[in-house]
Design a protein around this ligand. Structure first.
Ligand SMILES: Cc1cc2nc3c(=O)[nH]c(=O)nc-3n(C[C@H](O)[C@H](O)[C@H](O)COP(=O)(O)O)c2cc1C
Length: 245
C-alpha cells in the first residue's frame, strides 16, 4: 500500500487540538493541494478564506454552533462556492451571465468545493495534522458572508478546522463496501446490511463514549433527517444572487 492510500485509509476527524501553530509551509501545501483538485470546466468555482485571527475564528465558531475546536485549532478554512470570477469572465467577454439562476450552479460549486476540501484534508493528514469539516458554517450564512466580506455569487459551504491533534480518535467504521458500491446496477436490497452496520456502530459508539452511548447509525441518521432543516439556505443564497428556484 502506498503512502497516499495509507493516509486516506487512516482518516478520522479530530475534535481536540493543541494550540501549536500550523507552519506557513504546511498551510501553503494544503492550499495548493486544494487548488489542484479537478473543477468543472476548469471554472475553479470555489474559494477558500484562511482565517487565523483569534477574534474572527471565535465569531465564526459562534455562527457555527459554538464548535469549540474552531477556537482551539490555529487555522480555520472556509470553503465557498464561487461564481464571482465567472461573472468577471462574462463582463470581460460581454456575455450574459445566467448560470447562477439554476440549481446546476449550486451543484457545480458544491462538487468543486467537495473535491478541493478532500484534497486539503488528505494533504493536511499527510503532514501529521488533524482536520474536521464544519457544515455548521451554514447555520447562519448571512452572518458569515458579512464577516468574510463576500461579494455577490460567493456562498460559504463548509469550514475546515486544521491543527495539531491533541488526541487521535479511533477510525470510524464505514458501511460495508457492498452497501455503497454496486456492480453495474444499483441494488436496493440494503436493509439487512444497514442492520449489520448498526450493530458495528453501536459497539463503536460504546467504546468511543466509554459506555455512555450505544447509538447506532440508522437512529442517528433518522433523527438528523426527521424534521428537514432549520437552515434557510435558499434565502441566503438569493441574497448572494444565486437564484436557484
Ligand atoms: C460536509 C460535512 C460537514 C460536517 N460538519 C461537521 C460539523 O459541523 N461538526 C463536526 O464536528 N463534524 C462535522 N463533520 C464531520 C463528520 O461528522 C465526520 O466526517 C463523520 O462523522 C465521519 O467521521 P470521520 O471523519 O472521523 O471518519 C462534517 C463532515 C462533512 C463531510
Amino acid at each position: 500500500m502506498n503512502e497516499v492510500i495509507k493516509t486516506i485509509l487512516n482518516h478520522r476527524s479530530i475534535r481536540n487540538y493543541r494550540s501549536e501553530a500550523v507552519s506557513k509551509e504546511a498551510l501553503l501545501y494544503i492550499l495548493q493541494a486544494a487548488q489542484m483538485a479537478p473543477s468543472s470546466i476548469n471554472g475553479q468555482q470555489m474559494s477558500i478564506i484562511v482565517v487565523e485571527d483569534e477574534a474572527r475564528k471565535a465569531r465564526l465558531s459562534e455562527c457555527s454552533g459554538n464548535q469549540i475546536y474552531i477556537n482551539q485549532a490555529p487555522v480555520f478554512l472556509v470553503f465557498c462556492a464561487d461564481f464571482y470570477r465567472a461573472k468577471i469572465a462574462a463582463e470581460l467577454n460581454g456575455t450574459d451571465f445566467k448560470i447562477p439562476n439554476s440549481l446546476e450552479a449550486t451543484l457545480i460549486g458544491s462538487i468543486d468545493v467537495g473535491l478541493a476540501m478532500a484534497n486539503a484534508i488528505t494533504a493536511a493528514e499527510s503532514l501529521g495534522l488533524g482536520t474536521v469539516p464544519i457544515g455548521g458554517i451554514r447555520n447562519q450564512p448571512s452572518e458569515v458572508i458579512k464577516e468574510l466580506n463576500f461579494p455577490e455569487y460567493v456562498f460559504p459551504l463548509c469550514g475546515l478546522v486544521i491543527g495539531h491533534p491533541l488526541d487521535n480518535s479511533e477510525i470510524k467504521p464505514r458501511l460495508s463496501q457492498d452497501t455503497v458500491v454496486f456492480n453495474e446496477q444499483y441494488n436496493p436490497d440494503l436493509k439487512a446490511k444497514i442492520e449489520d452496520y448498526d450493530h458495528l456502530m453501536s459497539n463503536y459508539m460504546l467504546k468511543r463514549t466509554n459506555g455512555e452511548s450505544n447509538r447506532n447509525w440508522s437512529s442517528m441518521i433518522a433523527k438528523s433527517y426527521e424534521h428537514g432543516t432549520k437552515r434557510d439556505i435558499r434565502k441566503a443564497m438569493k441574497e448572494q444572487n444565486f437564484d436557484n428556484n
